[in-house]
Design a protein around this ligand. Structure first.
Ligand SMILES: Nc1ncnc2c1ncn2[C@@H]1O[C@H](COP(=O)(O)OP(=O)(O)OP(=O)(O)O)[C@@H](O)[C@H]1O
Ligand SMILES: O=c1[nH]c(=O)c2[nH+]cn([C@@H]3O[C@H](COP(=O)(O)O)[C@@H](O)[C@H]3O)c2[nH]1
Ligand SMILES: NC(=O)CC[C@H](N)C(=O)O
Ligand SMILES: [Mg+2]
Length: 542
């Protein structure tokens, strides 16, 4: 049995599929324009349809719409095919049934502004409709007041026809969910698939089991074994892989799988020092690969001059990311040449990377209708590249990678490390990069992380780091005027990096770390703490 997701370009479409699979039910994502009959042929056991969110607005002329027959196909081969619309998906169902979908700032919407109170990004609290049973979809939720959900929309639904029952609202959104149970149409403006929607899994389970009547007939059987087998099929029997390793979770798990699949001789791990690493990181990574993990083919590539000279004078975040992606590939190419001079008889045909699913969706890789949020360095590959790319973890989320890593014997202290982005400090020094700023940020970040560990707070947050805001402000130290940079501290809680909340670090800690950084790092006279959620912000600054 399957649940099919029509993808309208949501940042979270893959997460919907993952939530369904976590319920032991098969799920697939298909392009939004797949016709109903084609879909039915492909998935004869389909039991329900989910319309994903998406960046467009249904009232725009080119807005993507699904084949209309999905809305009319409440009976397919003698059984109903329920539809759940999420965010943009809800707005599609609303448009189809003749409701109004609009944006507060559109001038022609004046007469309905009462109902369109506005946009919501991040955390919101549901109020259940007066009849109070939450309908079929929200069954089991309305016993609790203040149900926390995650929103990310600018358009709102109003003027629903009578047959549609509004099941919940928020202070800014009159229709947070509605359903037409007799037609098996269900719709939520919020995102049940994200980890920050507290009862998201109950909602998904209500849809999958109670409404679509699916049975638990799917399981991830020994994921590690499947991945190893497919790597053996993908990489030819005499081919070798050059694997980019950073000392981070994803590349360590990916390289361990590659070594398991191909044997240690065929996997050459390369760590690139791009001059934008954290304080002491280079020595730690070398120690880790050479002494702790004892990888037989570990290579250090010192490319700091290359990266820093290419980035000189560059301020645009996407431009920086492109330069970094290309410089990585150049460094790998150079390292391939070095390896081939030593091992003349081998054939290096592949570049291995620890790319995971969120890297791809933010770079707008897997879907034609998704907007690009930021180009992750590992996906900004030059067209001229000669190596083929192998990415064993490309379908997984961070928490799944961590579980897989533990299963295949990667040490727990590495698994628990905070993620560190490949472009490193380049995307945490806003705008132009120079040696002075790198030094200031390295010192500030080092103090922040050390103190989080000392205060036993490191494991309570998902990711934490300092970033440098290249704006000077006036301070007074020892009665003298200073005119120095701002350091901003970011600490977030998350499960998979797709949504994130700011960590509620104790005031005493914030006071302590602010004093430490200002007193000990020359060039900083002001420290800020970032209290933004993702969405609408992202975790990194660029
Ligand atoms: N300094 C580096 N040298 C070589 N490859 C790198 C480097 N930094 C990143 N990469 C490559 O880019 C991929 C993506 O980086 P990313 O930071 O997302 O993952 P990671 O470093 O493996 O894990 P983590 O998210 O825990 O930091 C890595 O898996 C690795 O293949
Ligand atoms: O290897 C990487 N290359 C990149 O270009 C990149 N950009 C963001 N990140 C990491 O991805 C997660 C989500 O970050 P954002 O909310 O900023 O997109 C966070 O964990 C970020 O640190 C990157 N990792
Ligand atoms: N996340 C979404 O699906 C957003 C839908 C639509 N683009 C809006 O802003 O309301
Ligand atoms: Mg990393």
């Amino acid at each position: 049995m399957s649940i099919v997701i029509l993808n309208f370009g949501s940042q979270f479409a893959h997460l919907i599929a993952r939530r369904v699979r976590e319920l032991s039910v098969h799920s697939e994502i298909v392009p939004y324009d797949m016709k109903l009959d084609v879909m039915l042929e492909k998935f004869p056991n389909v039991r329900g349809i989910i319309l994903s969110g998406g960046p467009e607005s249904t009232h725009q002329p080119d807005a993507p719409f699904p084949d209309k027959s999905y809305f009319e196909a409440s009976t397919v081969s003698g059984r109903t095919l329920p539809i759940l619309g999420i965010c943009y998906g809800m707005q599609l169902i609303a448009t189809h049934i003749g409701a109004h979908v609009g944006r507060l700032d559109a001038p022609s919407d004046q007469e309905i502004t009462d109902h369109l109170k506005g946009m919501e990004y991040g955390k919101a609290e549901l109020t259940f409709a007066q009849h109070g049973d939450g309908g079929r979809l929200l069954k089991g939720l309305c016993s609790k007041p203040n149900e926390v959900v995650w929103m990310s929309h600018g358009d709102s639904v109003s003027k629903l026809p009578e047959k549609a029952v509004i099941t919940s609202t928020t202070t800014s959104c009159h229709v947070a969910s509605f359903e037409i149970a007799s037609e098996d149409k269900y719709a939520v403006q919020f995102h049940p698939e994200v980890a920050h929607t507290i009862s998201g899994s109950t909602i998904m389970s209500n849809f999958v089991f109670d409404i679509c009547k699916c049975e638990k007939d799917w399981s991830i059987q020994d994921l590690a074994k499947d991945l190893v087998n497919s790597l053996r099929e993908e990489v030819g029997p005499s081919e070798c892989v050059i694997m980019g390793v950073s000392g981070g979770v994803d590349s360590t798990v990916a390289s361990t799988l590659l070594i398991e699949a191909l044997g240690p001789e065929r996997v050459h791990c390369v760590f690139v020092d791009h001059g934008l690493l954290r304080k002491n990181e280079r020595q730690q990574v070398i120690q880790y690969f050479e002494h702790d993990l004892k990888f037989s083919n570990f290579h250090l590539c010192d490319a700091s001059d290359l990266f820093l000279s290419r980035l000189k004078g560059v301020t645009d975040p996407e431009e920086k990311r492109k330069i970094i992606g290309h410089s990585f590939i150049e460094s790998f190419d150079k390292e391939v040449e070095n390896i081939l001079t030593k091992h003349k008889d081998i054939q290096i045909a592949w570049l291995g990377q620890g790319t995971i699913y969120p890297d791809r969706i933010e770079s707008a890789q897997p879907s034609k209708s998704a907007h690009k949020i930021k180009s992750h360095h590992n996906l900004t590959l030059p067209a001229s590249m000669k190596l083929k790319v192998v990415e064993p973890l490309k379908e997984l989320y961070k928490d799944e990678v961590r579980r897989l890593g533990l299963q295949i014997g990667v040490p727990k202290d590495l698994i628990d490390r905070h993620p560190f982005p490949g472009p490193g400090l380049a995307i945490r020094i806003l705008g132009e990069i120079d040696h002075e700023k790198v030094k200031i940020l390295q010192e500030s970040d080092y103090l922040f992380i050390q103190e989080l560990r000392n205060w036993k707070l490191y494991d309570q947050v998902w990711q934490a780091f300092a970033a440098l805001i290249p704006v000077r402000t006036v301070g007074v130290m020892g009665d003298a005027r200073t005119y120095d940079f701002i350091i901003t501290l970011r600490a977030v809680t998350s499960v998979d990096g797709m949504t994130a909340d700011w960590a509620k670090l104790p005031y005493e800690f914030l006071e302590h770390i602010s004093t430490q950084i200002i007193n000990r790092v020359k060039g900083v006279n002001r420290v800020l703490y970032d209290v933004s959620q993702k969405p609408p912000s992202t975790i990194e600054y660029e």
